[in-house]
Design a protein around this ligand. Structure first.
Ligand code: AGP
Length: 612
């Protein structure tokens, strides 16, 4: 998605903006631009292409101390120099960068044209620049002009505005698209993602929806967009400290962030488990969910809501909750939930699952739940993100920044967090202390077991290369293996563009088996559990039709049974999905690498879908 940066202070703004844009490159974009105020005039530079192309175009002589920058992912108008942000008004007084989509852009543009304004671009954002300019006259404060403009705007936005009348001020607003302020020593940063500012400061303020901020080098003020009930001295907007380090956003020895993050899993998982396992009482401690034993016992159903991999992690969670706590549980894509007028049950615990914490469908599902009085907790990686704040309680994933579009370590930490939630719910019900101890020990063993899987990367890469020419692939699993198969298929298609479909093992014989032949490999997920013989018979059915099989298993499966066998350590069966998933990540990665894909920025995809 698009990226925003802003700077005001004593430094040379251009390199700060360029560096900020560079750190947002991972989000995917097609053009980039920046605007600074230099000698009381706006200087705008923009280009289709990469941040490096922008760097090549910016004049070295421009020494400004205030500016804004943007990486654009085209929504209105094709990716070209003119449609790139920032956009300005006709006189070149106001510059705007904007993330999100203005839904009534057409009407706003027509109204401007009727007033004789000539629009230079095809974008929704340019309308904002002209509208703000029309309000920002005389000594009208810029913040007031922005608020007056946004009253006419429908849609989502995170935006930053420059006005040559106020060369020491940035005005920032948010509605549905993230904006964070970075508080420095006599300097301030603005960004759509902490990745752009963490090298300069760890003190940040997250804007909420319908808030506007006026930012100077030494102070900032956040008020509601509608001007109502101005907060006393911004009491609710004290800076928080971000966990991330600048190094988290660097590749180090790795080729891609996806591979780096796959390898970070043991450490990320240790962080997620730290202080949360109680061996003495054989349970988990999840203080952030804010539910006492009586409230935990009153829960009659658990429902996980998320999108994409977060939804599949939720499915893993649902299996765990049913197994360990014996409470009915399921998962649903948040995107379906929010649109289908769901019946909200007060005795159901809803869990909103999101790495970024900014996925719009999940956020909307949470808001719908809250409107209907549902009890919802978050399972979110990014502290301070919209979903985390909207839920107000939950489990932080502590996976560290996930830069690659493909989710890996966050998903592992989601599943581990749900195992802890299931353990906690189980231990206030019928899960025995002995079974609880077994799960606690199993969770503690996971990071080391994942290290063992990662140590076998070369062998897995070799298998990936053997199958990389396949045009289609099946991912097969049942019960514990089913969400693993779905996530594996998702990962493969997402980064390698190989068509992959997941099927429940028993469903194969109801139709899809017809597609099996020698050019349709199947990856079968085989946990070491009571369904082992069923899974072996699935493998036999596939091979009987000439279909090649890769078995990923925690069982002691004989090598002759499949064309390739990838073994993971044998742990507690309920936790097997967390281990079985890791080779599937590596497989997807190495198929994509063999096919020469841009792994961190797959085509058609961008990090965190925050707009409709
Ligand atoms: C995962 O590999 C995908 N990039 C995608 O499905 C992702 O999980 C989904 O968009 C949800 O994102 P979130 O966890 O940030 O809400």
């Amino acid at each position: 998605m698009c990226g925003i940066v802003g700077y005001i202070g004593r430094r040379d703004a251009v390199p700060v903006l360029l560096e900020g844009l560079r750190s947002l490159e991972y989000r995917g974009y097609d053009s980039a631009g920046l605007a600074v105020i230099y000698r009381n005039k706006l200087q705008v530079t923009k280009t289709a292409g990469r941040v490096q192309d922008l760097r090549d175009r910016v004049s070295d002589r421009t020494k400004a101390t205030i500016g804004i920058g943007h990486t654009r992912w085209a929504t209105h108008g094709e990716p070209n120099d003119t449609n790139a942000h920032p956009h300005t008004d006709t006189e070149g007084r106001i510059a705007v960068v904007h993330n999100g989509i203005i839904e009534n852009a057409e009407q706003l543009r027509d109204a401007l044209s009727d007033r004789g304004v000539k629009l230079a671009s095809d974008t929704d954002t340019e309308a904002l620049a002209h509208m703000i300019a029309a309000e920002a006259v005389g000594d009208t404060p810029l913040e007031e002009a922005v608020r007056a403009t946004l009253r006419h705007v429908e849609g989502t936005y995170g935006l930053v505005v420059l006005d040559t009348r106020y060369p020491d001020e940035l005005v920032v607003a948010r509605n549905g698209s993230p904006i964070v302020l970075g508080i420095g020593e006599a300097e301030m940063f603005v960004a759509s993602d902490v990745a752009a500012l963490v090298r300069y400061t760890k003190q940040v303020v997250y804007l909420d929806d319908a808030e506007v901020a006026t930012v100077h080098a030494t102070d900032y003020r956040v008020v509601p967009l509608d001007g109502s009930g101005r907060r006393a001295a911004d009491a609710s907007k004290v800076p928080t400290t971000v966990e991330a380090e600048a190094g988290d956003y660097e590749l180090g020895p790795y080729e891609d962030f996806m591979l780096k993050e796959i390898h970070e899993q043991p450490e990320a998982l240790r962080r997620a488990l730290r202080g949360r396992l109680d061996a003495r009482f054989a349970t988990a401690k999840l203080g952030g969910i804010n539910l006492d034993a009586r409230e935990l016992r009153a829960i009659r159903q658990v429902k996980f809501l998320g999108c994409g991999s977060a939804y599949y992690a939720g499915q893993m969670g649902a299996v765990l909750v049913e197994e360990l706590a014996r409470i009915p549980s399921d998962a649903e894509p948040a995107s379906e939930f929010r649109y289908r007028n769901p019946v909200v049950d007060p005795d159901t615990l809803y869990v909103a699952v999101s790495q970024s914490g900014e996925t719009l469908d999940t956020l909307m599902a949470v808001q719908e739940l809250r409107r209907k009085g549902g009890q919802v907790i978050g399972a979110v990686n990014v502290v301070g993100s919209a979903i985390g704040r909207e839920c107000g309680r939950g489990v932080f994933l502590h996976a560290g920044p996930e830069i690659a579009v493909a989710s890996t370590k966050a998903l592992t930490n989601m599943a581990a967090s749900f195992a802890m939630l299931a353990l906690l719910l189980g231990r206030v019900r019928d899960l025995s202390a002995a079974s609880g101890q077994r799960i606690v020990a199993g969770l503690r063993a996971l990071p080391g077991q994942i290290e063992q899987i990662l140590a076998a990367e070369d062998a897995i890469a070799e298998i990936a290369r053997r199958f990389a020419d396949a045009e289609h692939m099946f991912f097969i699993g049942r019960v514990r293996g089913w969400p693993v198969a779905r996530e594996g298929a998702q990962k493969l298609k997402e980064v390698s563009y190989v068509h992959a479909e997941a099927y429940q093992a028993a469903e194969l014989k109801h139709g899809p088996l017809a597609l099996i032949n020698s050019s349709m490999p199947s990856l079968v997920v085989v946990p070491d559990d009571e369904l082992l013989s069923k899974n072996i018979s699935t493998i036999e059915q596939i091979r009987a039709r000439g279909g090649p099989v890769i078995a990923v298993t925690s069982a002691d499966l004989p090598a002759y049974l499949a064309d390739a066998v990838i073994r993971v350590p044998s742990g507690e069966p309920e936790l097997d999905p967390l281990l079985l998933n890791v080779p599937l990540q590596l497989l997807a990665y190495h198929v994509a690498a063999k096919l020469g894909r841009d792994i961190d920025k797959p085509r058609n995809l961008a990090k965190s879908v925050t707009v409709e």
